[in-house]
Design a protein around this ligand. Structure first.
Ligand SMILES: [Zn+2]
Length: 628
């Protein structure tokens, strides 16, 4: 293992905020005690949270104050994401961002509206120059809201440096926030990282519940480890007076006193934020919503907030079967928790919690590059026959559990077509192995796919198939399963069997496990259709000929409000014209509403009104009336 000592001294000063005190004012009700619904670096469903979510008492319209002197360098409006957001550039080179706003202060709002009218667009990004809007610390710049993809009224506040990286706002000592509570641990997972490694005598990933005894987190029983092991931690922080789970700033893992892995989330560059999917356990997050930090740097992970031993933070267990793993967690306020795991020699009582499936004959599953085949025990009398094309290899059980033999096959030694055990044959559904770090083209009868050298974090194994059942489900293109995170788009060309005469209205949709369809778009190239995706799984081609729903809610001289919705391909655009003049409509997809914003409040809406809504498949809905 590498030098624990130099590691330690490097980390020693990390919690002392240097000249950061009092630079920023808390942007919501400064001086009054408040709580957060989120912190920077916290694991969300699809990303690291970039700032702090400041609670606004469940209401919108709370004044938002400039955190320091500076100038407005950006105003942005979008139906999703940050919604209405304002950016202030400061003399220290940092930028503060205030998002999900209800509205902007008078002077910014009127500038925004005039630019929206000039460009005839609702969604906009404006970059005023240094001289246009100077602000002083404490000036009201906006009212808090719930715009964009916000799940409730709050202010999202983040602080960025001049290299497009977000920083932890809580290092700026806001007295409004109090945190005296240490991080909480829920679960820990251990994973064998190669075919010779074992956890309590087994190969695989095993999850253990942590419990707190006398202020320290421990496991029920010691664990036995052999070989190379990856550790994953499901833990979070909570602050005072709030039930919200927030992020942990620093995690340090030691094995027998040596520091093996440290993660300290001080900044996250936007250019690397997609590596989130490699930092977390993608499957646990996706399927069970569990937020595991991997305490090792997985293949393809380009984030730079780790310090590790020479093997990326993986733990190595040799002959000596006793020892201790200590994991220390800190929040920004230096509250600490520790999880201690005793490593002991293997005893039968250590059996892992996740039981292997009850089997009849044999069954198989795959973990990374290893295929695991379970079979009812034959007392070592029979080998597994691994069929690779014309070649057959014989495999002995790697270990046995109760009445089950477990065979392990390294897929780097070849992808088997099938495996025969006790006269029962398992067919292996792997049609392609796609390597990372290089361009790769995949061809099959109904699906072609192009991977760039940036597409994958790690090797993926795909089962690719095509089903066609016109009466029930139509045509299905199966391109792997959504168990691997994808860094950047895969370019896919579908070669359908069926005829799609109405190509103008037909597009690719992804299909989830519950059978729901999600518009993926696509461009026809003759009888083939090309689209891009960042998730593997099932796809189909559907035709959307139903125009969007367009329902007037309020139409008078002062205000226009419509309900708009498109259930299949989704809303592409909305245009409202009064006497042929473009009218600004604000849009909130959550409420499925558009509503008017006049450029001149004194001029009533009067005359011929035409509303046009277009969906992503080109279906149009028009509404016209005259306002007197
Ligand atoms: Zn937020």
């Amino acid at each position: 293992m590498c030098c624990a000592h130099s590691l330690r001294s490097q980390m020693a000063t990390s919690f002392v905020p240097v000249d950061t005190e009092d630079f920023y004012l808390f942007p919501i009700k400064p001086g009054i005690r408040n709580t957060l619904a989120g912190t920077m670096g916290e694991i969300r469903r699809t990303h690291f949270h970039t700032g702090i979510d400041i609670r606004t008492g469940g209401v919108q319209g709370v004044p938002v104050l400039a955190a320091a002197d500076g100038y407005i360098s950006r105003i942005s409006v979008s139906p999703g994401g940050y919604g209405n957001a304002i950016y202030i550039s400061h003399a220290n080179g940092q930028i503060t961002v205030y998002a999900h706003l209800k509205s902007f202060s008078e002077q910014f709002e009127s500038y925004l509206v005039s630019e929206q009218y000039k460009k005839e667009t609702f969604a906009i990004n404006l970059f005023p120059d240094k001289e246009t809007f100077k602000v002083n610390k404490g000036d009201t710049i906006a009212l808090s809201g719930n715009s964009g993809s916000s799940g409730g009224p709050h202010l999202h506040f983040d602080i960025r440096n001049n290299e497009q990286a977000v920083l932890n706002p809580l290092i700026f000592n806001f007295e409004e926030i109090v945190d005296t509570r240490p991080p909480e641990v829920r679960k820990i997972a251990f994973k064998t990282m190669d075919i010779n490694s074992r956890i309590n005598g087994e190969f695989g990933r095993f999850v253990f519940d942590a419990k707190k005894v006398n202020g320290q987190y421990i496991l029920d029983k010691p664990v036995n480890m052999k070989g190379t092991i990856g550790v994953e931690l499901f833990a979070f922080d909570r602050q005072d007076w709030t039930r919200f789970r927030t992020g942990i700033t620093r995690i340090e893992m030691k094995l027998n006193g040596n520091v093996e892995f440290v993660q300290e989330i001080k900044k996250i560059p936007f250019s690397k934020s997609r590596n989130f999917y490699s930092h977390v356990n993608y499957l646990e997050l996706k399927q069970r919503g569990l937020r595991f930090h991997r305490l090792y740097v997985d293949n393809g992970n380009e984030l730079e907030f780790y310090t590790t031993n020479s093997n990326r933070g993986l733990l190595e267990f040799g002959e000596d079967c006793t020892g201790v793993i200590e994991i220390e967690m800190n929040d920004t306020y230096d509250n600490k928790s520790e999880l201690q795991i005793d490593i002991n020699c293997y005893l039968d009582s250590m059996k892992n919690v996740n039981k292997i499936p009850t089997i009849d004959g044999s069954s198989s599953k795959q973990i990374d590059n290893t295929l695991i085949i379970y079979s009812v025990t034959t007392n070592g009398e029979e080998n597994a026959e691994v069929h690779l094309g014309h070649e057959t290899q014989y495999l002995l059980p790697a270990y046995s559990l109760d009445q089950i033999d477990v065979f392990l096959w390294n897929l780097n030694d070849g992808i088997p077509d099938s495996i025969t055990l006790c006269e029962s044959t398992e067919y292996i559904q792997i049609d392609a192995l796609i390597p990372p770090d290089r361009p790769y083209s995949f061809f099959s009868q109904n699906i072609e796919a192009k991977f760039s050298k940036r597409t994958l974090f790690d090797t993926i194994y795909l089962d690719v198939s095509h089903r066609n059942n016109i009466e029930e489900i139509g045509e299905r293109f199966i391109f792997g399963t959504d168990i691997y995170p994808i860094r950047s788009n895969i370019d896919i060309l579908l070669l359908p069997e069926n005829d799609y005469p109405d190509k103008d209205h037909s597009a690719v949709y992804s299909v989830d496990d519950a059978g729901n369809f999600y518009y993926s778009g696509g461009k026809w190239e003759g009888d083939k259709i090309r689209f891009k995706t960042r998730s593997l799984g099932q796809f189909t081609i559907l035709s959307d000929t139903i125009p969007p729903v367009l329902k007037p809610l309020i139409i008078n001289n002062e205000k226009l409000v419509f309900r708009i919705e498109d259930k299949m391909s989704g809303i592409k655009s909305f245009t409202v014209k009064l006497n042929d003049q473009w009218v600004l409509m604000k849009y909130d997809p959550k409420q499925k509403q558009i509503w008017s914003q006049k450029i001149d409040a004194d001029i009533p809406f009067e005359g011929n009104l035409v509303v046009l809504i277009i969906d992503n498949s080109g279906n149009e809905e028009v509404y016209s009336t005259s306002i007197r």
